[in-house]
Ligand binder design. Structure first.
Ligand code: AN7
Length: 352
């Protein structure tokens, strides 16, 4: 436990004798059984994979540790990424750990405060681009094609190699692959990586079956669902505010090969799932993460029968990343009182 994904899964990863065995303790995240939603959607077993428990609070760490180790192995002098927030936080942390300079390009005004704070704290050079994520990613791709700087977005194949370890862990804990995987889709790297992981585990005889991959985009940022680039993607789930996903074709392959689907959920559906996940399951995921749960509700409401099925939702990042949204979108009803017993009793003895 805590040794990190490279050590744990080295035989499935592109490591050599020269690859440094880095780790900030990523991976080994909890797979938590649902206490309420499982019954509401009528499945046999529902689990949440809590990727917010990774060192920087999102699934990105699984891929970043491998990308960073390979960058060090090839004597890279600096790394760069574009990000809606979590990739930049992860790159910044591993860069600090490895002593590699990191530059992150983020869409101006569109990154949740917690993620920005992380990139700042870890000491990355932060560049605010007057454009959206897709503009920033294009810039990074063009720059790294021209200069000797390593690209650590998920178009770097080492990122997906690391991220596929999420599928290994789910399979290891359950003893086989689940029947359904619900997963939010932004740049489409994670759905690609999970599908790769499940296929590899089955090929190596570690599992007997493959899950159906159920991806969900936000309705205002759903290029894969609509079949066309969205030039001004809009959604409250800033992590998946992406209009031209880099792994678009791979996501379609994962969908089709697994007999799954890629669909969209509205911001209202995302926020409902976000609140319900916290208040009924005790799990505080970020809004983008709640898209997987919103998708689960939507699919069953539309007739998907999950009876007898084992289902996993990936909760990709921590709700603490975006405290502004939590406070503004959840009517918590904090009560103010003078500091005396009579006032407290007046409130607390009438709770029920
Ligand atoms: C919490 O950080 O794209 O479909 O730049 O942060 O693999 O892109 C984040 C994406 C889901 C979507 N949930 O995953 C970035 C970035 C959370 C995320 C996604 C992201 P992909």
């Amino acid at each position: 436990m805590g040794s990190g994904v490279i050590k744990k899964y080295w035989e499935y990863l592109p490591v050599t004798d020269e690859t440094p065995l880095l780790s900030l303790g990523e991976g080994d995240t909890p797979l938590v059984r649902s206490s309420h939603i499982e019954k509401q959607v009528g499945c046999e077993e529902l689990y949440f994979k809590l990727e917010g428990c990774n060192p920087t609070g999102s699934f990105k760490d699984r891929g970043m540790v491998v990308a960073m180790a390979k960058a060090l192995e090839s004597n890279s002098v600096a790394v760069m990424c574009a990000s809606t927030g979590n990739t930049s936080a992860s790159a910044a942390a591993y860069g600090a750990y490895c002593n590699l300079p990191v530059m992150v390009l983020i869409p101006k005004g569109e990154v949740a405060l917690g993620k920005l704070a992380q990139a700042m704290a870890y000491g990355a050079k932060i560049v605010m681009v007057d454009g959206n994520f897709d503009d920033a990613l294009q810039l990074v791709r063009d720059f790294t094609a021209k200069h000797e700087v390593t690209l650590v977005n998920s178009v770097n194949p080492h990122r997906l190699e690391g991220q596929k370890t999420g599928a290994f862990e789910v399979s290891d804990v359950l003893g086989d692959a689940p029947d359904y995987m619900f997963i939010p889709v932004g740049n489409a790297g994670n759905i690609t990586a999970y599908w790769k992981g499940f296929k590899e585990y089955k090929d190596r005889g570690k599992t007997n079956k493959l899950p159906r991959m159920m991806g969900f985009q936000a309705a205002g940022a759903a290029p894969i669902v609509m079949g066309e680039i969205v030039s001004s993607p809009q959604t409250i789930a800033s992590a998946i505010r992406i209009g031209n996903p880099a792994s678009w074709q791979n996501a379609l392959n994962a969908r089709d090969e697994s007999d799954g689907s890629i669909n969209s959920v509205t911001d209202d559906e995302i926020l409902d799932a976000y609140r319900m996940l916290a208040s009924e399951e005790g799990i505080f995921g970020e809004p983008a993460s709640a898209a997987s749960v919103a998708g689960l509700f939507k699919s069953t409401a539309q007739g998907l029968d999950l009876s007898g099925k084992r289902v996993v939702c990936v909760i990709t990042g921590s709700g603490l990343k975006d405290p502004d949204l939590a406070v503004s979108s959840i009517q918590s009803g904090a009560i103010e009182i003078p500091a005396n017993m009579a006032s407290l009793e007046n409130i607390a003895l009438n709770l029920g």
